[in-house]
Write a protein that binds this ligand. Sequence first.
Ligand code: WTA
Length: 634
Amino acid sequence: MSQRKSSEMEGEVFYPSQSVIDQAIVKDWDSLALKASQDLAGFWEEQAEELDWFQKWETVLDDSNKPFYKWFSGARVNIVHNCIDRHLKTFRKNKLALIWESEDGKLERTFSYFSINREVSRMANIIKAMGVVKGDRVTIYMGRIPEIVFAMLACAKIGAIHSVVFGGFSMDALQGRIEDSQSKLIITCDGSYQNGKVVELKRIVDEAMKGCPSAENVIVVRRVGQDVPMEAGRDHWYHDLCSLPIANGKCPTEAMDSEDPLFILYTSGSTGKPKAILHTHGGYMVGTYTTLKYVFDLKDDDRWWCAADPGWITGHSYIVYGPMLNGATTFLFEGGPTYPYPNRWWQCIERYGISVFYTAPTAIRGLMRFGEAWPNKHDLSSLRLLGSVGEPINPEAWRWYYRVIGKDHCPIMDTWWQTETGMFMITPTPTVPLKPGSGTRPFFGQEAEILNDEGEQVADGEEGYLVLLNPWPAMLRGIYGDPDRYVKQYWSKYPGKYMTGDSAKRDKDGYFWIIGRVDDVIKVSGHRLGTAEVESALVSHEAVAEAAAIGLPHEIKGQAIHVFCLLRKGFSPSAELAETLRQHVATHMGPIARPEEVTFVDKLPKTRSGKIMRRVLKARAQGLPEGDISTLEE
Ligand code: WTA
C-alpha cells in the first residue's frame, strides 16, 4: 500500500498496493456497490445462493410489515449446517477449523472441521438429554476456551436459543440475564484464567442461580481444575456427561425456519436494563458470511484471528459464525494482550502464522504504550490485512497499527457496526482507499445519512445523527419479548430509518467519520455499558441516595466511567467511601465497569420532570459549554 495525497480527498489517504488488489475478492468496489443499490434483494439472493438451504425461500426480503422485516421467508436452513456439515463433504473436512492457545501458552488444541463436528454433536446430544428443546434458551457463561464455541454451535444445531453472557460480567449481570431469558440450562466452567488468576465462574453461577428458578441444570466444563461445589441433580461435570452413551451418537442438525431465533445477546441501551437483541438463522447467516468474505477477503490458506471475546457480538459474528460459514481457520486465544508480557499477541501471530488480524482501538492504544520493541521481536510477516472495531480509532493509533504491526503494507479495515446490526455496516473492502479514522462507506446494499433533530440531512462536514436507510439480512429481528421497544428505540425518531444511536460526519468524498454515542451508552475499552446499569449498581449501596454516571474521554480506554453520587443522611464523603463504591460497581457488574472516578455532590442537575441531565454533567466535567439548559430545574 502506498500513501500519497490526493487532490480529491482531504488529508492522508492510503491506497492499496498492487498485491492487495491482485488478491482481493472485490476488485471493483464501485460496480458491486452499484449493482447492490440497484437490486438489493438480488444482491443478497446471490450471496444466499452460495450457502446450503434445506428448502429455498419464497421471498428474499419481506417488507410487508415494516420495521419487522423478514429475510429469506419460507426457507428451511440451519446455520450450523453451513458452518460445519456442508464442509464435511469437501476437502475442508480435514482443514483446521479452530486453533486454541491457553493463556500460559503451554496448551494448544486444534480441531479440524471433522473433529469440531464430533465435539459439537456430542455437546448437542447432551444438551438435548437435559430436556432442552427447540426454542428453549440456554445461558452460556464461560472463559475463552474451545467449549464456548462448541456450546454455541451445539445450541444452534438443535434449535435452542443461546444467550452468551460475557465471562467478565459478575453475578448481578448474569442473574438478570438468566432470569430475563428464562433459561432452562446454564453452561459454564469451573473457572477461567485472567492474567494468571482464576475467576471462579461456577461460584458466580451458584450465586446467580439462587434467584433463577427457571434454570434446571448446570453443565460445568473443567478448565482450571479447582474444587467447586456441585449440587447433586442440578450440576453436572461435562466430562462425566461425555462418557454416557447418549453423548456419542450422531446428532441431526435441526431444520429451522429462516426466521427462527438463533441467539439473543444482551446489550446496553439508553435506558433501563440491558435488552436482549434477537438474531435469526437465515439472515444473520447470509450477512456474516458475506461481510467477512468481502471485507477480510478470506481465502482457504488464511489464518484468521478476531481477538474479541465470544461473549460480545464481535465474537459471535466473527470468531464463531462468520469464519466457520466461510470454512476458514480461526484462532482463539484464552488470554489477553499483555500477560505475562505485552508481546503475547505478537507472539501468537508469529506462532500460528496469522494472516488477518482484527482487534479494537483500545488494545492498540494500550499496546502502543509499551513501545515498538515488543512487536519488533516477532516475525509478523504472515499478516496481510488488519481490522479495527468497537469505537473510533484515533489517527495516531491507526498509523502505529499500520506501520508497526502491518509494516506499511496491510490495509486496515475499520468496521463500524453494532450488536443490533449483526454484521459490518460501514466498512472498506481491501482495495478501498483509506483515511485513518474513517470506516469509509456503507457496505454493499446499504445507505447512510447524517440527520439533524428535524430529520434533515446536514451539510458535509457537519455532525448529526447517523441513520441507515435500507434493511439488511443480519439486522436484529427485535428485542426478545419486547416488540414495542424495538420500534420505539430504533425506528421512531425518523420513521422508516434505522436510528443507530451514534453521531457522525460525512466528508465530501462520502466517507463517514463516527464521533460516538448520542445516548447513554458508554464504550469502555470497546465494551458497551449503560449508564443506567452503573447507576443502579451504585444506588444498591446503602450510602448512595442518587447517582449519575457519564463517560469521559480516556487516553487508552476511549471512554472511562465517571460517577457522581449524592449520599444518604449519615454518610459523608471520603476517599475510602469512593474506593468502596468503585469496588461495589465492579463486584456487581464486572471489573470492566469499575468507575474511574467518584465525585460526591449535594445536588444532581435534573430536568423539572426529574430526569438527570448527564449532558450537563459531562460538559461541566470537561469545562465545555453546557448547551441548552432551559429545562434545568431551578
Ligand atoms: C461503536 C460492536 C467507531 C459505535 C461491534 C456503535 C464504532 C457501538 C465502531 C456498538 C467503529 C463500533 N468506529 N465506532 N469501527 N464499531 N463502534 O453493540 O458507537 O458493542 O454504536 O457492537 O460501538 O457497540 P456494540
